[in-house]
Design a protein around this ligand. Structure first.
Ligand SMILES: *[C@@H]1O[C@H](CO)[C@@H](O)[C@H](O)[C@H]1NC(C)=O
Ligand SMILES: *[C@@H]1O[C@H](CO)[C@@H](O)[C@H](O)[C@H]1NC(C)=O
Ligand SMILES: [Zn+2]
Length: 612
């Protein structure tokens, strides 16, 4: 509220200048940002309501817990698991105390369980606990966010968000990028579906339908890294999952953070400042609830920067540390800019920095050089295994990264109305990601709300852009580092030339449009988002996937989705009725028998007493 007050005052002052006529482009750019007020344009009560609403949604999400899966209980008469049992508040017969948090327990089950029923249960339970309660709050949130955007002269909140990118038709540009990348995704999708079908059978995974969303190792099916044990192209050859090594070598979260930092300093970039090490939260505390979703914080005073992450000792978290530290490095590099320019050239750039370094840090040779992998050979199989693992992260993510804000933009614009929020979510999930819900969904559900960035109100298209632009960064930094050979072999470790180029781009902050930052990065070659580097990087894998997918249906038919029917199926109702009748008859017989017995016993007792 204080910040909004301050911003409102500065905004008022700024609007008294004829700033559009200023000749100094930097000053004009500053004014163009100060004169967009954002949510501070709302009247005080509504601003307060909006802030509290987001806080409230975030708390609901972050404190949501689910019950343990119990395969022996909660069976329907037909033997199916009763996914709905925990939540029947009315009958409330099978009570349970929810104890599992998203991080770490639920995430771990999604990653490791290979029991489709358990996965389906957890998948649904999470959406019951975290998504469903947010539905009506989100509807109110959309009204307020739109009202704020309109007070700033935007059509709706989606248009306001897109304005961060200073691009005329962002939507169209992104759609064109996705169209080029889609075939690559479809080949990965077809291959992974085949492998999952081999594991789970055709009754669970369809031959040419979408992949059931609970089987991909991740709560949102957004990255598929945790299907590796089922999908890795050459089992037994080098794989870049180093979780076992980290554990064996006794790595703790702090070591992992130091390891990531060392990559930055090896490029001549800045170390994390002293306060970072004193004040960051890198282990989940046991004495209070915290928002575990990893985040990086700039306290805007040039000395205080922190990461908050409930770190686990896994490969995935090691990559996440690089990601978050990339945010801090960016913050540090632009700290001498005027406050209004202390931001990413665009939000996608901010998300890309740490990932760019991680592209080098996760190559087999790099992991070997730091002692986390042994006996890395230079075979074709090692190469394919590595690229495949990267694709489970970088390619699998693309449609999800794209659709979250497609959905939100449509909700903000009113194209998707209150009564089709969940339906539209699943249309996008089915058509773009090719994943299907494992259980029927309807408008009581609010599945988008079960993803952090929806309740926390963090725009998402930044990740889609990041996943494309980080390969552009990688290609250019590799060139600067003098790398020769395939792009996916490049490791920029210890290259001060690459570090200097990166620093030159980062230190600009938001003082220039991102297109200019890209021009600097690419030595004048391009100012546009470009899919060429990501395609070049994955080229050997694409060829391999195509050969593997011979005879497979590439793509998916939505009509062939396998959705587990629940409860309402006639078969289970009839079985239920029959079982109930049997139970009642049995019960009556038992009662009659018991009553007779008691009467008999009573007589006998009576007789004995009398006899004394
Ligand atoms: C800005 O410049 C234009 C043309 O040079 C002029 O017509 C206009 O009055 C100026 N605006 C202000 C507010 O001074
Ligand atoms: C534009 O303004 C900035 C910030 O006040 C200043 O540093 C810079 O020298 C100015 N540029 C020109 C060309 O006057
Ligand atoms: Zn991030």
């Amino acid at each position: 509220m204080e910040w909004s007050e301050f911003h409102r005052n500065k905004w008022k002052q700024a609007t008294t200048f004829a700033w559009k006529n200023f000749t100094n482009p930097l000053v004009r750019r500053m004014f163009s940002f100060v004169t967009v007020l954002g949510k501070a344009a709302l009247p005080k009560e509504k601003l307060q309501e909006l802030s509290e609403l987001v806080q409230d949604m975030k708390t609901t999400y972050s404190t949501a817990k689910i019950c343990k899966y119990d395969s022996t209980q909660r069976r329907l008469p037909n033997g199916d698991y009763d996914y709905y049992a925990d939540f029947d508040a009315e009958d409330n017969e099978i009570g349970c105390v929810p104890t599992l948090s998203l991080e770490p327990e639920v995430t771990q089950i999604m990653a490791r369980s290979r029991d489709p029923e358990e996965l389906r249960y957890v998948w649904r339970a999470w959406r019951e606990a975290a998504g469903k309660p947010l539905r009506h709050k989100y509807i109110r949130f959309v009204q307020l966010a739109n009202e704020a955007a309109r007070l700033n002269g935007f059509e709706d909140a989606g248009a306001y968000w897109r304005s961060d990118y200073e691009t005329d038709d962002l939507h169209k540009e992104l759609q064109e990028l996705w169209d080029v990348l889609r075939p690559l995704y479809e080949h990965l999708h077809a291959y992974v579906r085949k492998k999952l079908r081999e594991k789970y059978g055709e009754k669970v995974v369809p031959r040419s339908g979408p992949i059931p969303a609970h089987l991909l190792g991740n709560m949102w099916a957004q990255t598929w890294t945790h299907t590796q044990d089922l999908t890795i192209p050459y089992p037994g050859r080098t794989s870049v999952d180093v979780t076992a090594s980290l554990l064996r070598q006794g790595y703790m979260p702090l070591h992992m953070f130091r390891l990531a930092e060392e990559f930055f300093t090896s490029l001549g970039l800045d170390p994390m400042p002293l306060g970072f090490w004193q004040k960051s939260l890198i282990v989940k505390p046991t004495d209070r609830e915290v928002v575990c979703h990893a985040s990086a914080w700039d306290f805007c005073n040039g000395i205080d920067y922190r990461i908050k992450q409930c770190t686990r000792v896994t490969t995935e978290d090691l990559i996440t540390i690089h990601h978050e530290m990339g945010h801090i490095q960016y913050d540090i590099q632009y700290r001498n800019q005027p406050f209004i320019f202390r931001d990413g050239a665009n939000p996608g750039f901010h998300e890309a920095v740490g990932d760019v370094l991680a592209l080098s840090a996760s190559t087999p040779h790099h992991l070997q050089s730091i002692g986390l992998l042994e006996n890395v050979d230079d075979s074709y199989e090692t190469d394919i295994n590595f690229l495949f693992t990267m694709a489970l992260d970088k390619i699998a993510f693309l449609p999800f990264g794209y659709l979250v804000d497609l959905w939100r933009w449509e909700v903000f614009s009113g194209k998707t109305g209150e009564l089709s929020l969940n339906r539209r979510w699943w249309e996008l999930r089915l058509s773009l990601q090719g994943v299907s819900p494992p259980l029927p969904r309807d408008e009581d559900d609010f599945d988008p709300g079960a993803k952090f960035h929806i309740p926390a109100n963090v725009p998402y298209i930044r990740y889609f852009i990041s996943f494309i632009v980080q390969f552009q960064f990688h290609a250019e930094l590799c060139k600067a580092a003098g790398h020769v050979g395939p792009l996916h072999h490049c490791d920029i470790y210890r290259s001060h030339k690459a570090g200097t180029l990166l620093r030159n781009v980062l230190s600009l902050g938001k003082s220039r449009p991102w297109t200019e930052a890209l021009l600097i990065l690419t030595s004048g070659k391009t100012s546009k988002l470009d899919v060429k580097p990501i395609l070049e990087y994955f080229a050997p894998l694409i060829a391999w996937l195509k050969s593997q997918n011979r005879g497979e249906f590439v793509g998916w038919r939505v009509s062939e989705a396998i959705v587990q029917p629940v409860r309402t199926s006639n078969a289970s109702v009839i079985t239920g009725v029959i079982l109930a009748i049997v139970a009642v008859v049995f019960f009556v017989v038992v009662i009659v028998a018991v009553v007779r017995k008691i009467r008999g016993t009573g007589k006998a007792l009576h007789a004995v007493t009398q006899g004394s």
